[in-house]
Each structure stands twice: as structure tokens, then as C-alpha cells.
Design a protein around this ligand. Structure first.
Ligand SMILES: *[C@@H]1O[C@H](CO)[C@@H](O)[C@H](O)[C@H]1NC(C)=O
Ligand SMILES: *[C@@H]1O[C@H](CO)[C@@H](O)[C@H](O)[C@H]1NC(C)=O
Ligand SMILES: *[C@@H]1O[C@H](CO)[C@@H](O)[C@H](O)[C@H]1NC(C)=O
Ligand SMILES: *[C@@H]1O[C@H](CO)[C@@H](O)[C@H](O)[C@H]1NC(C)=O
Ligand SMILES: *[C@@H]1O[C@H](CO)[C@@H](O)[C@H](O)[C@H]1NC(C)=O
Ligand SMILES: [Ca+2]
Ligand SMILES: [Ca+2]
Length: 373
């Protein structure tokens, strides 16, 4: 019974995909043909992978609900493989085609999800500082950052349910278990250092009551997005511990140059040149930055002295939000005044929804252009 219906769903889905890909392209305006696809970005094997956040809260909400279901399933597979494997030997469980197609059909039905109307509705929310009829890079960054923060908090709440074993709304260190991808892989990021250990936990516990509430737990999972001085200080301390090859408790120029400086430079450079500048040409900017950071002039960087660049060493959501804002403005700012009017946004609607195009869709797009050459 279950298998039969699964086969029918797949057949229907394939038929729909076939019809979509072979339907005649009626409108010359190519944006009309772009199909918005829902993403499902969560992955146990690579939870640190960063996907752009959805621009539209409504899309984010649909994606979030789908992702929750996928997460639950993967969580079960991880924690109780016996339950999952018994049912379908050698057969990956199928995505829920029905809901999946429904939600996507909704987004692609212009009577229901009218992208122009969405942008008109969202514009005043984004154009907030100041509300002057233009959306600046800063406003767009803040917007994306808000969306990302919601997303991150939502995932933390989901995580918290798993760790908060006695369901009192707090996670104690005894309750907390490091993520399986950390435990299973000795070489994974941070395992041999202080990450996910008691010191990290304590640094996240802002009020020092030995328990993490959701705010503190969210900070614990995402220290680089935290505003907590205690946690940022811990992050700097970890950084020194990792870089300090001669074990003097501070970062000297060599330790800085071979490692940290590249991270800061990559962060600052918007476009990465394919030609790598030579080692020599980098040493002088590196020395310059080092001496700027070295406030007490002892030719060593202390934990405190790393604070100004810690956000560049561990890119925060703000970094990704700005990247996304820059990309959108570069694509939609038709009159090149560096900011977006509502008209510019309406005329380039799909730039805002580009985060939910799949790679396949880009390919279709190229095909489309090819047809008209
Ligand atoms: C979307 O809404 C705009 C403005 O209300 C309208 O002009 C346009 O025709 C609508 N598009 C569709 C496909 O309904
Ligand atoms: C990690 O490596 C240490 C020492 O090499 C070993 O004792 C420990 O069992 C390993 N842990 C895991 C989870 O593989
Ligand atoms: C963390 O804080 C607790 C008190 O809440 C303390 O007992 C424990 O020693 C601290 N652990 C570390 C590693 O600092
Ligand atoms: C969690 O605790 C911190 C520190 O006491 C507090 O600032 C924050 O508001 C609390 N968060 C919630 C959701 O109660
Ligand atoms: C990047 O490439 C451009 C053009 O080749 C060049 O003018 C520029 O100096 C390069 N920037 C860096 C940081 O190497
Ligand atoms: Ca504005
Ligand atoms: Ca606390």
C-alpha cells in the first residue's frame, strides 16, 4: 500500500517535471518562466554549511516547516537507526512529494503568490532606517540579518528540545551532548580544543546560573553571532589557543601571518582575485594590521587584542547578510545610485528570490537564453 502510493507519487512528479520542462515557452519575458523551488538546507553531515537566508519571510516559513520535518526524520535515523532501517531495507525514504509539490505550486501560482505584491508589501518593512523611499545596502543587510537571526534561533530551539532532557526550558552541562558529527570525527572542527566543552558552556551562561536558557543556548551554538562579551572573549581565547604554536599564550607575528591574516584578508576583500598575490606583497599589509591590533606594542597579540577581528575570523550572520545585500543591489540597482527604489525592486523581482532557485533552474535559464540566440 505504502509502496504503491509512493510509486504513484513519483510517477506523477516525473510527469509534472516532464510537462514543465517541455511546455512551450509562451512569454518572451524570461522571468515569467523561472520556477521558484523550495530548498531544504539542513544536513547532519555538514551542519556548518551556510545557505543564503530566504528574503521573503513567507518563503522562509514554508522552508522552515519542511526542514523541521526533514530534521525530525534525519534525527530519528541518527538516534534510532534500527527503527528506520527495519521498515525499508536499502530503500531511502521518499520525500513527501505531495506537500512538497503543493507548497511549490503555491509559490509559483501568480494568483496566490504575486511576487510584485509581495515586494510592495515588504518594501516599507525594509526601508526603515530612514524610511525615505529607498532601500540602502545597510537596510537590506539589516533585513537579511533579521531573517537569518529568526532562522538560527528556530534551529536552536529545535536543538534545545533534544538536549533539554528534563524539559525545564534550560540546558545544563550534564544534559548537553556534543553533536554527533563532532563526537564521531576526532579531526572535526574544534573537537580537540575547547568547543562544546565546559568552558565554552560556562562562557555562554551569561548570568552564571549554571543553566542555559534559549538565548544563552543560541549563543552557545553560534558564538560569533553573539553580542555577549564573555562569549566573544572565550572565542578569542580559543583562537589564541589554536594559533599559539610556541605556547607563550599570545599570538606573535608569524602565528598571525600564517593563518589569521588570510582569514581577515578574505573577509575584507569583496572579490577574490584568482591570481594570488605573492607572499612578499602581503607581508607589509599584514605587519600594518598587526601593529594596529597590538595596542600595548609588545609585538604579541593577546586575547583582548584579537577582539576587533574576531568577527572576521569567524564570519557571522552579518557577513553573509551583507554579501547577500551586495549581490541583490548589484543585480537590481538599475540607475546605479547604490540603493533600490520600489520600482527597481519590482522590475527585478526574481533577484530577491534567487536564493530559492536551484542550480538546475540556472541551467534552464541558460537553455532559455540559448533558444533566442
Ligand atoms: C500581481 O499584482 C499586480 C499588482 O496588483 C498586478 O498588476 C499583476 O497583474 C498581478 N499578477 C498576476 C499574475 O496576477
Ligand atoms: C579520538 O582520538 C583519541 C586519541 O587518538 C582516542 O583515544 C579516542 O577514542 C578517539 N575518539 C573517537 C570518538 O574516535
Ligand atoms: C563552569 O562553571 C561551574 C559553576 O557554574 C564551575 O563549577 C565549573 O568549574 C566551571 N568549569 C569550567 C571549565 O570553568
Ligand atoms: C536568558 O538569560 C539571559 C541572562 O540572564 C537573559 O538576558 C535573557 O533575557 C534570557 N532569555 C530568555 C528568553 O528568557
Ligand atoms: C585584482 O585584479 C585586478 C585586475 O587584474 C587588479 O587591478 C587588482 O589590483 C587585484 N587586486 C588584488 C587585491 O590583487
Ligand atoms: Ca531607506
Ligand atoms: Ca544562564
Amino acid at each position: 500500500m505504502g509502496k504503491v502510493s509512493a510509486i504513484i507519487y513519483i510517477a506523477v512528479a516525473l510527469l509534472i517535471l516532464f510537462l514543465i520542462s517541455h511546455s512551450p515557452k509562451k512569454h518572451p519575458n524570461h522571468s515569467r518562466h523561472r520556477r521558484l523551488k523550495l530548498r531544504s538546507s539542513f544536513s547532519f553531515s555538514n551542519p556548518t554549511h551556510h545557505e543564503p537566508v530566504a528574503f521573503d519571510p513567507l518563503v522562509a516559513d514554508i522552508e522552515r516547516r519542511r526542514e523541521d520535518r526533514q530534521w525530525e526524520k534525519q534525527y530519528l535515523e541518527h538516534t534510532h537507526p534500527e527503527l528506520v532501517n527495519d521498515h525499508a531495507p536499502g530503500h531511502e525514504s521518499q520525500p513527501e512529494w505531495e506537500d512538497f509539490m503543493n507548497a511549490e505550486d503555491y509559490l509559483n501560482d501568480e494568483d496566490k503568490f504575486n511576487v510584485t505584491n509581495r515586494l510592495v508589501m515588504l518594501f516599507p518593512k525594509i526601508d526603515a532606517d530612514p524610511a525615505d523611499g529607498f532601500v540602502t545596502e545597510n537596510e537590506l543587510t539589516e533585513w537579511h540579518l533579521q531573517q537569518a537571526a529568526k532562522e538560527v534561533l528556530h534551529r536552536s530551539m529545535r536543538e534545545m528540545e533534544v538536549h533539554d532532557k528534563n524539559h525545564d526550558g534550560f540546558v545544563s552541562f550534564a544534559e548537553y551532548e556534543p553533536p554527533s558529527w563532532v563526537k564521531n570525527d576526532n579531526n572535526s572542527f574544534g573537537y580537540d580544543m575547547g568547543w562544546w566543552k565546559e568552558e565554552h558552556f560556562n562562557a555562554s551562561d551569561a548570568n552564571g546560573d549554571g543553566l542555559l536558557n534559549i538565548t544563552e543556548f543560541n549563543d552557545f551554538l553560534h558564538p560569533s553571532d553573539s553580542k555577549s562579551p564573555k562569549l566573544l572573549h572565550w572565542l578569542c581565547k580559543e583562537e589564541v589557543r589554536e594559533r599559539d604554536t610556541d605556547r607563550d599564550g599570545k599570538v606573535n607575528f608569524d602565528e598571525f601571518f600564517h593563518g589569521l591574516f588570510d582569514l581577515v584578508r578574505n573577509y575584507d576583500e569583496e572579490d577574490h582575485n584568482s591570481s594570488h598575490p605573492s607572499h612578499d606583497s602581503l607581508e607589509s599589509p599584514a605587519r600594518h594590521l598587526f601593529s594596529q591590533l597590538d595596542k600595548d606594542g609588545d609585538r604579541l597579540l593577546s586575547e583582548e587584542e584579537l577582539l576587533p577581528i574576531i568577527g572576521k575570523i569567524h564570519p557571522s550572520e552579518r557577513y553573509y547578510a551583507k554579501q547577500q545585500a551586495d549581490y541583490i543591489i548589484s543585480q537590481a540597482d538599475s540607475d546605479k545610485d547604490g540603493r533600490l527604489s520600489l520600482l527597481e525592486m519590482i522590475e527585478n523581482p526574481y533577484v530577491f528570490y534567487s536564493a530559492i532557485f536551484s542550480e538546475d533552474e540556472d541551467d534552464d535559464d541558460y537553455e532559455y537564453h540559448d533558444e533566442f540566440r
